[in-house]
Design a protein around this ligand. Sequence first.
Ligand SMILES: [Mn+2]
Length: 317
Amino acid sequence: MTKILDLLDSFFIPPERTNAGCSFGDIDMKTTFNDANIVFFGIPLELTTSFGKGTSRGPEAIRSTSGRQIETFVYDEKKDIKEIAKIFDLGDIKLPYHNNSNKIDTLFSFLDQKVPPLIKELSRAKKKPFILGGEHTISYFCFKGLSHHDPLLIHFDAHRDLKPEYGGLKLCHTTPFFRLMEEGYIQGKNIIQIGIRQADMEENKIAEKNGIITFDPWNIKKNIDNVCEYISKVTCNRNTYISFDIDVYDLPYVPCTGTPEPFGLDPFEIIKIIRSINDSSHLVGMDLVEVSIKNDDYREGTLATHTLLRIIPRKYV
Ligand SMILES: [Mn+2]
């Protein structure tokens, strides 16, 4: 195990040396890597964002708010995550940014070589990876490392991210789930998309053709109990993976993310859905992406941290 950590050391900027200056929740000083059951790390990737910028600051937003602003006691759960989880934060992956014309190719091949094996190894060592983005492209690399568990993918997002190609790129922030399906890492019938309210006609057809289950905010607002009942049923005794794009929340809640959308969900609805994932299911890992900070506005980081604090105490974690 220590061998893994030595290897990891060369990949990561430790949390204290990131812009946040602290680890997730500022609590891992007491938990060693060997003891940990949840391992956080950041991939501050910002490369293919097409509209608003700032995803590279996602890990910073979450570490800062969780370490400096928010209590580890989760009020509505009456639980302190310090007591119920052993969290270790590895820091941020050192991204090899070069000023060359093949920047995208260089970075993506680096991530493709490093991230899936690393995540697979963490999972084998019984350490649940919680990955902080970065743009949504990272889910492609993260999910690949866990696809052997055949998890049900629970994807929270305003967008489907199912485009075959975007702006001439096959892999970018709007395509990760199409690529994962195309390359056989997941089948559409094992994807549930929650909160979708922006897509093009082709993505809608792709979702339908592949049997992806969609709960848009109109379904959810009208009948959240039925949605939760469905989720509880299909996640019973199932491995699950959560990919959580912060823009699933309604536009006023997410002042910093790149592509905020109206007609979204509120925190009470999101918590209710998170709680509906069956206690008997087993979360193999998760990512939280597209979070940012703008002009010292940490509201979105606060919301992202609170979301994580509602997932960590669940029995399925
Ligand atoms: Mn999105």
